[in-house]
Design a protein around this ligand. Structure first.
Ligand SMILES: Cc1ncc(COP(=O)(O)O)c(C=O)c1O
Length: 319
């Protein structure tokens, strides 16, 4: 159980480290991947959530605003991180939650409540208006001293924060052949692509459908050719899991001791291991993977799916 004091007691640790991980037991032949451990930036405000919120937080503090308004599903990593940001940097957080808020045992919402966030349930129909300008204007008029951050935290300020991942890689003086990242809204991938490094960015969609590429393009101000999207590793759709996938996560952890979240980084890594096995990725090349955090999703996934598909079990790692 995290108290506000515990959340605030940790500092933000950047630059995040890059580790070399032997994946021979998973691939079945000689192979390593390099992982940028963005998940270790902070126990509650880590990964791409820190990167995306960093300059949004700055905006709130610089303009002496009262807080942040944002949006998300009831298990979302973004709402969890927004609330942690409010506790750490001392501002209020108002969250419009899609649908199922009545489940008081939901670990993500329990954290948000414990940290004092104001949670406002909206129907799925109303939630579809989350990017509608009139709807947002109405919310802004109700919360005039609040900074509105879109779902998933993806806005222009977020892209600036994400670019710092690429800057840190550049400053590490190591050269990689590919850099992989998972995608939901595509904002993180867009921020990395827009940095326009020579390294190709591999993007693994965690949602079903072929729309991520278009979404990424909308964030980018010009045309980039330095990326490739893989749409076939979503495991059935957003937040969907199955027995074989949960078993992969546990095997991965046993082999590497690196915890992956089930919604984003796990699906990406499943894809990378599959591509190393089938030769789509050349194991002689140097592959860097961005661990975008999201480990709070482990508790949520076990809560929702543990009985049906098995528990993600990383020993005493607590998200
Ligand atoms: C842990 C994690 N990784 C990756 C992503 C994908 O980020 P984006 O929405 O910017 O594509 C998300 C978020 O939404 C996330 O929570």
């Amino acid at each position: 159980m995290s108290s506000i004091k515990e959340v605030m007691n940790h500092s933000i640790m950047t630059p995040s480290s890059i580790i070399r991980v032997d994946v021979v037991p998973l691939v079945g032949s000689d192979a390593v991947v390099y992982i940028k451990r963005e998940d270790l930036i902070h126990p509650h405000l880590s990964g791409n959530k820190w990167r995306k919120l960093k300059y949004n937080i700055d905006h709130i503090l610089d303009n002496k605003l009262e807080g942040m308004v944002s949006f998300g599903g009831a298990f979302s990593n973004h709402i969890y991180a927004a609330v942690a940001a409010g506790a750490i940097f001392d501002f209020k957080v108002v969250l419009f939650i899609r649908g199922e808020i009545s489940d008081v045992d939901n670990p993500t919402l329990a954290f948000c409540k414990r940290m004092g966030a104001i949670l406002i349930p909206v129907t799925r129909e109303e939630y579809r208006l989350r990017n509608d300008l009139d709807w947002l204007e109405n919310i802004q008029s109700k919360y005039p001293e609040y900074h509105i951050v879109p779902e998933g935290g993806s806005n222009d300020l977020a892209l600036e924060g994400v670019a710092e991942i690429m800057k840190e890689i550049e400053e590490s003086d190591q050269v990689y052949d590919t850099i992989s990242v998972s995608a939901g809204t595509g904002g993180t991938a867009a921020g990395m692509i827009a940095y326009d490094s020579d390294t190709i960015i591999h993007v693994y969609a965690s949602l079903k459908g072929n729309f991520i590429e278009d979404d990424i393009r909308k964030f980018l101000k010009s045309d980039f050719q330095n990326y490739k999207v893989f749409n076939n590793y979503h495991q059935g759709g957003y937040a969907r899991v199955n027995k074989e996938y949960i078993s992969f996560l546990n095997q991965w952890y046993e082999a590497t001791q690196v915890p992956l979240d089930p919604i984003y980084t796990g699906k990406m890594m499943y894809g990378i291991i599959d591509q190393l096995k089938n030769g789509e990725l050349d194991s002689a090349k140097k592959h860097l993977v961005i661990h975008t955090g999201g480990l709070q999703g482990i508790t949520a996934c076990n809560y929702l799916n543990g009985k049906k598909f098995g528990m993600i079990n990383y020993g005493n790692i607590q998200a």
